[in-house]
Ligand binder design. Sequence first.
Ligand code: ATP
Length: 380
Amino acid sequence: MTDQLSGPATGGDVKLTGIGKTYGAFTAVHPLDLTVPQGSFFALLGASGCGKTTTLRMIAGLEEPTSGTVLIGGHDVTDLPPYRRPVNTVFQSYALFPHLDIFENIAFGLRRRGKKDVRKQVEDMLELVELGQYARRKPHQLSGGQQQRVAVARALINHPQVLLLDEPLGALDLKLRRQMQLELKRIQTEVGITFVHVTHDQEEAMTMADTIAVMNGGRVEQLGAPADLYENPGTTFVANFLGQSNLIPAQVTGAEGGDLLLTASGVRLAVPKARCSTDAKKVYLGIRPEKITVTRAGEAVAEGRNRLAGTVVDSSFIGVSTQYVVRSEAGQEIAVFEQNMDRDIRLAPGDPVVLHWNPAHSFCLDAAQAIDAGTGEEAA
Ligand code: ATP
């Protein structure tokens, strides 16, 4: 095989087939099949210990799989060492060379391969990551975000077909993380190569990725575009891990038109059949906090909406929205986010209210699953 690192990016999907990893009796990654389309921004998302880093490291060649194969652009690279694969990895610790300036840090990969005239390529990279004026600084003279951009430039100059990012923003504070998310997305769009990004931060994955694989317990629990996963979670884990969901235990009692009819502690609710991922009779009706409207008890509510009476337990004003916790007549606490648009109805604990929402905004999951999976508060 030719040294792909020295050639231009020729593209190709990353294809994992039956790839798995065990450590003794412990299975870190159950055999999984995954295709990352060429040119996409792909996120492996999950809580600590779910196997996302191990999966990334198997693509990089830093971890030997117990089973399965890794194909990049149609080539089987399973048995190749990391430096023979058309990939580069950016880690959370930038691992820049402290004694070299930024220009030389970025030039490093080219010089190591004996390239003489590196100026143009390094300057292009400096421009790509918007660090042109810092070329002669040392890494310690840059902020964390700038250092991480150098790390990205240093990897991209090798023209990998795939850039692997292992929690690259983990060391940055929240504001800088947000900036860097947009920055990384811009760079990926500009260079057009495949990025595979590992993160435990669902907002980060949703901001950047075209496709997210949500991992749980060494398995891919659900895969899809961020908005699809958010609107149509297939499991309680995904519903709770990606954003926040209210899950209301309910019983399927019938059907009407395109809707399933449910009862929750005697209250009748509806949910579109198309948004039900189960045939079970015991279900959870799922509704996101921002899809619910809260109205003072006694005020008019339009026909055709799901409604639940309740009492405000907690109210937090956080500027753009007010977040309520309401104890509902269905017996559980429901989170509601109300945008502070044109009125401030500021409800107080103890106020009787009606929660209501468009049935089309709810989804339905099999109640055989743990209701609190993915909340971080689930029973061990
Ligand atoms: P984190 O975000 O904390 O890095 P992760 O989802 O990336 O978590 P992995 O690093 O892939 O998780 O690890 C998956 C599981 O495999 C964990 O339970 C971890 O303890 C275990 N594991 C990882 N490396 C080894 C090893 N060398 N020997 C034994 N177990 C390991």
